[in-house]
Ligand binder design. Structure first.
Ligand SMILES: Cc1ncc(C[n+]2csc(CCOP(=O)(O)OP(=O)(O)O)c2C)c(N)n1
Ligand SMILES: [Mg+2]
Length: 920
């Protein structure tokens, strides 16, 4: 016997037994009468009053349900007329289905590039209704709606674009083969690879959903700050039901509810399946999601049953059908798809009363009773209602069949991975005259014909057999209709605005304050230098208003509160309370025109805001410049996939990894001390990462970064680590600007009288100070000359060196290019010792270009709670260790005596026999 959720709930004691069914029936009858005469609102009112009454008598015992019955939210009487030509739209949809399927089947005939058929098959109606009636395209007057398309439904979008004349057959033939002549099509939505087509990447599950929420919120920000007109822009996000298990998918829905983002519509394709099997075999995903979303303040619209079910529900006078709908679990609904009409009659309509309801229907008719997501009228009604709903975001929970109409795939657990069509050909199985290849061909061609017949496609047997793409011709009614509809809606979607209008450059004055350094004894950290810089740049006439500072509840750690007061924290409702620190210089001031996005403890949300702000140059033609500042450990490590998505999105802006370094954030320990984010930054192709030591370096990098991205139009974003250690900031020396940006420049040379030996010392970030201290010890104690270099970016140096190496390799007959790091260091003398608050692997990136001279020290291993000095000694990156490393390297070149190095180890207090720091 089937264990229903209700039965389970009773067994667990969550639902009481019905001890008086007669009384229950009377109550239900009265409620029925209320609905008939007073409508649903009256019923809701009475229910509310009843609950209040019970709550008074039995305080704390009452809980109000957050789910509604397992039927469509919009009753058939309230369903609007369908405004389109249903027959024509069905034909268009069938052609889109065919080409989407053919694209994947074709690609996998001769390659193993993969692709998905079943997902779009289940979602075709959901997208076609959007395309014909809702999604707006970009015009001069309207920036277009932003649609986060479900990533692996992409063949459907390409197929439609082919009919629209935007992609030619050659591109379709090269689905998932992007390097072919004439170009191909990327597997999933990737703006980096198809910059005039896709707007946002989605296929890493959960990222599309969270990005869509923060995008919708950022549109409010743009409006309230007078930067763009966004009221009329709708954000649509298409998700899978399995995708809802990702924490990022549902983790931010409270934000959307709280902020009343009625510019946001989510469509969750509840085909009840994910990759391996059912999403909630033992439960009901639609009911579960309904409760979660309603609790988070969303408007929930369920589209469960197609129109064929309307008369059955109407005839269901006792409510038996509705109860049965509720009691069957998703795993069993999936079985109905696979087992067919007779099975459904036997097991779904499992009582004489239910069987009587469907006795006029044949088994075939039972098998094709549609789910709501395959009924254009139901989907249209839901979209219309969602777009007209004010004051809340809407989620539309749509029930569909995975692999709808695909022979061999419908409802099967294997449907997600299907890359071809198949049917069982029992007759030919034992036919010894056929080869395996012939059989496979026959299976496929038979299945293709079945597909054609199911969707009434005007294809000959021959066309069918070859799996050719089908285009009905530009003058056909289908194509004309498509174009008409898209014209009315403003143009094609997806479509990415690929033009960039540069900003006027910021006034260099905004950066000058940091160039002069700090007064002696009045040190500053690079984080505070950034706050100082922001306060100047945010007042700049050209870019000030465009700056979007983003922070996840660490503003106090970073010294930002003065910014709260002067620039305000953005809030859609302003500030409905008096902040406790009102009137102080650091007042926590919220305002509808506030400039700062304070995201709470939510790095993923903050990163999504960064993406929305950093891509507004494309979506809205507004060059907002995000500066997202966070604990550097909670960036690449915690939300690395969103950073990857930012890069794919062609996002611009500055990521500020604060409290950086494995030894500088003293005290915090293993979880907080970052000694590797720069290595991770290197993995993101459009990320330019810097580790500045001084305020002036920071100013130069930020100024050049703004100019690079927003004036010169370079498509990248920056990652800068800033530290919380205070020290005197020197004034900028002459002639170092170029070196700061290229990643390396000589900062200070010390040559004691009579020095015979020389070393080169590289330092980065705060640890440059240790290199400087080492320089002094080397000079004073050992008479060794040295030059200290500030290595602002090993990763920038590395990329330049790679480009030179590659050029030289492929152009052996041309004058070789010299990597910048060699231009600076190849002509110098002696060993090169590098130290930083990051792993050794970071400086070692440039090792191959330095003739074996580089010796890197670094903070390899887990951080731990200690003082800075103790940690620097522990990781062997401090001045004393640099000195020993330099002397040892000289000894290796026979320029220093080994015994003298041993003596230095003792003199400088180092313990040579402790274990490797990365092992403890
Ligand atoms: C973060 C992440 N994990 C895993 C995957 C691999 N993956 C792609 S689609 C899919 C199943 C999707 O199921 P569902 O969300 O229900 O979408 P449907 O295809 O059923 O519409 C999985 C596991 C992924 N793309 N991203
Ligand atoms: Mg699914």
């Amino acid at each position: 016997m089937l264990v229903t959720p209700d039965a389970l709930a009773r067994r667990d004691g969550r639902l009481p037994e019905d001890i008086d069914p007669q009384e229950t029936a009377e109550w239900l009858d009265s409620m029925e009468a209320v609905i008939r005469h007073g409508g649903a609102d009256r019923a809701q009112f009475l229910l509310g009053s009843l609950i209040a009454q019970v709550a008074k008598s039995a305080p704390g015992r009452m809980s109000v349900g957050v789910t509604t019955p397992y039927v469509n939210t919009i009753p058939v009487e309230e369903q609007p007329d369908f405004p389109g030509d249903r027959a024509l739209e069905r034909r268009i949809k069938s052609i889109v289905r065919w080409n989407a399927m053919a694209m994947v089947v074709k690609a996998n005939k001769t390659t193993n590039v993969g692709g998905h058929i079943a997902t779009f098959a289940s979602a075709a109606t959901l997208y076609e209704i959007g395309q014909n009636h809702f999604f707006r395209g970009r015009t001069e007057m309207h920036p277009g709606d932003v649609v986060f398309y479900q990533g692996h439904a992409s063949p459907g979008m390409y197929s439609r674009a082919f009919l629209e004349g935007r992609l030619d057959e050659g591109r379709l033939n090269n689905f998932r083969q992007e390097l072919q002549p004439g170009g191909g099509l990327s597997s999933y939505p990737h703006p980096w690879l198809m910059p005039d087509f896709w707007q946002y990447p989605t296929v890493s599950m959960g990222l599309g959903p969270i990005m869509s929420i923060y995008h919708a919120r950022f549109n409010r920000y743009l409006r309230d700050r007078g930067l763009a007109r966004t009221d009329d822009v709708r954000i649509w996000a298409y998700l899978g039901d399995g995708e809802c298990d990702e924490p990022e998918s549902l983790g931010a829905i409270g934000q959307a509810g709280r902020e009343k983002l009625d510019n946001l519509t989510w469509v969750i394709n509840c085909n009840l399946q994910r990759l391996d099997g059912p999403v909630r075999g033992n439960g009901k995903i639609i009911q579960e999601l309904e409760g979660i979303f309603r609790g988070a303040g969303w408007n929930v619209i369920k589209v469960i049953w197609g129109s064929d079910w309307d008369p059955l529900l109407k005839a269901d006078h006792t409510g038996a059908l509705q109860r049965r709908m509720m009691e069957v679990v998703d795993g069993e609904y999936q079985e109905y798809i696979v087992k067919g009409g007779a099975f459904i009659r036997e097991y779904f309509f499992n009582t004489p009363e239910l069987k009587a309801l469907v006795e006029h229907l044949t088994d075939d008719q039972l098998a094709t009773l549609k789910r709501g997501g395959h009924d254009p009228r139901k989907v249209y009604a839901a979209y219309k209602s969602a777009t007209e709903h004010a004051g809340q975001p809407t989620v539309i929970l749509v029930k569909t069949v995975k692999g709808y109409g695909i022979p061999g795939a419908e409802g099967m657990n294997t449907s997600h991975q299907k890359k071809t069509l198949s049917v069982e050909l029992v007759a030919s199985e034992n036919d010894l005259t056929m080869t395996a290849a012939d059989k496979a061909k026959k299976v496929l061609t038979t299945a293709l014909k079945l597909f054609r017949d199911r969707f009434a496609l005007p294809l000959s047997d021959k066309q069918c057999e070859t799996g050719a793409f089908y285009h009905p011709g530009n003058d056909s009614p289908e194509i004309r209709y498509m174009h008409d509809r898209r014209r009315v809606l403003g143009g094609f979607n997806p479509s990415r605005n690929n033009t960039f209008v540069p900003c006027a450059a910021p006034d260099p004055k905004a950066f000058e304050r940091l160039l002069g350094g700090t007064q002696a004894g009045k040190g500053q950290s690079t984080t505070l230098a950034w706050v100082t810089l922001m306060q100047q740049v945010m007042k700049d006439a050209n870019v000030g208003k465009l700056i979007v500072p983003i922070v996840p509840d660490e503003g106090q750690t970073f010294g930002m509160p003065p910014m709260y007061k002067s620039f305000g924290i953005y809030s859609t409702v302003g500030q409905a309370y008096n902040p406790v620190d009102k009137g102080s210089l650091t007042e926590y001031r919220e305002s509808t025109t506030g400039q700062i996005l304070q995201e709470g403890i939510n790095e993923a949300g903050a990163m999504s805001s960064f993406i929305a702000a950093g891509t507004a140059y494309s979506t809205h033609g507004v060059n907002t410049i995000p500066f997202y500042i966070y604990y550097s450990m909670f960036g690449f490590q915690r939300v690395g996939d969103l950073i990857w998505a930012a890069a794919d999105s062609r996002c611009r802006g500055f990521l500020m990894g604060a409290t950086a370094g494995r030894t500088t954030l003293s005290g915090e320990g293993l979880q907080h001390e970052d000694g590797h984010s720069h290595l991770m930054a290197m993995t993101v192709p459009t990320c330019r990462a810097y580790d500045p030591a001084f305020g002036y370096e920071l100013a130069v990098i930020v100024e050049d970064g703004i100019n690079a991205m927003y004036v010169r139009g370079e498509e990248c974003f920056y990652y800068l680590t800033v530290y919380n250690e205070n020290y005197d900031m020197p004034a900028m020396p002459e002639g170092v600007r170029d070196g700061i940006i290229k990643g390396l420049y000589p900062f200070k040379t010390v040559k004691p009288d009579g020095a015979k030996h020389e070393v080169q010392l590289l330092g980065s970030g705060v640890i440059l100070n240790e290199a400087l201290r080492a320089q002094a010890i080397l000079a004073e104690k050992y008479g060794v000359a040295s030059t200290v270099y500030s290595a602002t970016s090993y990763t920038v140096l590395k990329r330049d060196a790679l480009a030179c190496e590659r050029f030289n390799r492929l152009h052996p007959d041309q004058p070789p290019r010299e990597p910048y790091v060699r231009q600076v260091l190849a002509g110098t003398k002696g060993p090169i010792v590098a130290t930083s608050d990051y792993m050794r692997a970071l400086p070692e990136l440039v090792g191959p270009y330095l003739d074996g001279r580089l010796l890197a020290l670094g903070a390899d291993g887990f951080g731990r709670s200690e003082t800075r000095q103790a940690l620097r000694r522990f990781f062997e990156i401090d001045a004393e260790n640099v000195v020993v490393a330099a002397l040892g390297a000289l000894a290796n070149r026979d320029e220093w005596d080994r015994a003298a190095v041993k003596q230095a180890v003792a003199d400088l207090g180092l313990n040579p026999d402790r274990p490797d720091p990365w092992t403890v």
